[in-house]
Ligand binder design. Sequence first.
Ligand SMILES: *[C@@H]1O[C@H](CO)[C@@H](O)[C@H](O)[C@H]1NC(C)=O
Ligand SMILES: *[C@@H]1O[C@H](CO)[C@@H](O)[C@H](O)[C@H]1NC(C)=O
Ligand SMILES: *[C@@H]1O[C@H](CO)[C@@H](O)[C@H](O)[C@H]1NC(C)=O
Ligand SMILES: *[C@@H]1O[C@H](CO)[C@@H](O)[C@H](O)[C@H]1NC(C)=O
Length: 291
Amino acid sequence: MEDHHLLQPIVSTITTTTTAIDDDDIAVSTSAIIYRMVMVIFIAIVSIWANYEASKGFEIIIINDAGNTPAGHRFAVFFISDGKAIRIVQNTSEFAEKVLYPNASQPKKQVHHVTLRLAGRNLTDVVVVNMSKSHEFVLHISPSMMEEINLEKAMVSAVQRGMARVWLWDGEISTAPRSIIDGMVEYVGISAGFGGSPDSGGLKLPEFDGNSCWDDRDSVNVARFLNYCERVRPGFIGRLNQAMRDGWDVRTVDDALGLPAQQLCYYYYSSIVRISNVMGPTSTSGRIQSI
Ligand SMILES: *[C@@H]1O[C@H](CO)[C@@H](O)[C@H](O)[C@H]1NC(C)=O
Ligand SMILES: *[C@@H]1O[C@H](CO)[C@@H](O)[C@H](O)[C@H]1NC(C)=O
Ligand SMILES: *[C@@H]1O[C@H](CO)[C@@H](O)[C@H](O)[C@H]1NC(C)=O
Ligand SMILES: *[C@@H]1O[C@H](CO)[C@@H](O)[C@H](O)[C@H]1NC(C)=O
């Protein structure tokens, strides 16, 4: 399949050139043939090299388990037939890697296989990542997503979040709080240009419980706080990701920040409350008001 595809343009080039040099003498034809053969070999080598480059890093497998359903057909037509699914996985992986490992000397998680699977049944989330085997990851995509109007954008956004989850250093057993993991994943998604749900309500006040800014159940709120930390202390996201590798304790965020996170949390919420007071808050809670 792949070879046939690659050879197609070469075959048509040869046909055209042959017609054009039909009247020339034998010597010219012979050198033209040699030239063409060299070109064919050259292109073949380049193709092999390109395939090798594409598969460098980890193996990608695409599975369509929604088969003969409208969702399965859409997936086949829009993402499998032209190899787009593979390119989306590669592209979003590269982006997540860049955000989570900004420093080349930081050790990287090992990723050997990534399977992108359109599930047969609707899932609770658009993308669910399964990491049951070491270095092998499965991104289960919910078939309900195939009904999105901007299908490609929805797919890239879902796979981007899935690949962020794959690259996140949370060890094989996740010890970091759920809200931090979701917040980091959301941070990568937002950084790639896929915001959370459109904020129709303007500025949204986080559910601050007075303890830590990463306890929020809304991953968009946590992602915004992480973004604030990254701006105050560049490299924070990379350091936090590395810290997750060794487990989690109450000082992990402080250490990655290099200052007490509680203090930054206080500044962050104070600034949000100030802005929302100026703009007219869409929702307020007594606890936040009292800061
Ligand atoms: C890869 O991602 C970049 C940035 O997110 C985007 O500009 C580009 O179009 C993407 N390419 C493909 C093939 O998806
Ligand atoms: C990159 O990481 C290494 C080792 O963890 C550290 O020594 C170095 O300071 C880091 N560089 C930057 C620019 O953060
Ligand atoms: C993840 O994999 C395990 C073992 O292969 C399986 O039992 C589990 O159901 C999978 N989870 C999902 C969401 O598919
Ligand atoms: C899956 O979700 C979509 C959209 O929410 C819905 O139209 C479809 O009927 C659901 N499929 C099943 C099998 O529940």
